[in-house]
Design a protein around this ligand. Structure first.
Ligand SMILES: [Zn+2]
Length: 153
């Protein structure tokens, strides 16, 4: 049973967000907000947006993702809606920054990917101080992978 199925079951059993079923995640981490999913995992539908929450086990390891309305997120995390909104806004801003960086890397090095010579010329033109310190393809390859992972998340 994944987190969404879990919360659907919780909802169907008639629990509310203020109760803590034995199987509830130990904690949550706010990842940001999305307008793509407008249904709260606790059963509220047609919201303007939802808060993206990672469920955490007792070690703080992320075990899954659920979407909740702001009020349900505040109740689940035993905090205020203002705190949820502020934390989510910060996470959204960080995410926007990462996305911009990732698009820049892909725009720059994507077109020469697989061409070591073109990659090296491009990289050392942009980073002349790195010459003799690093192999361009060894830097660019992992950065492209990281950028793709960010955009795929
Ligand atoms: Zn809800």
């Amino acid at each position: 049973m994944n987190a969404t199925e879990f919360w659907t079951n919780v909802h169907n059993l008639g629990f509310t967000c203020t109760e803590t079923p034995a199987e509830a995640p130990a904690a949550y981490r706010i990842k940001g907000t999305t307008q793509d999913i407008t249904d709260c995992a606790h059963g509220h539908t047609g919201l303007k947006k939802t808060v993206i929450l990672a469920t955490l086990d007792t070690d703080g390891t992320e075990t899954g993702i659920i979407h909740l309305g702001t009020d349900c997120a505040a109740k689940a995390m035993r905090t205020t809606e203002t705190k949820v909104r502020n934390t989510a806004a910060t996470a959204d801003a960080e995410r926007a920054e990462q996305t911009e960086w990732a698009r820049g890397i892909l725009d720059t090095y994507g077109p020469v990917e697989g061409d070591k010579r073109a990659t090296a010329i491009l990289f050392f033109t942009r980073n002349p101080h790195m010459r003799d310190q690093i192999r361009a393809s060894e830097w660019v390859g992992p950065q492209l992978a990281k950028a793709r992972a960010i955009l795929a998340a």
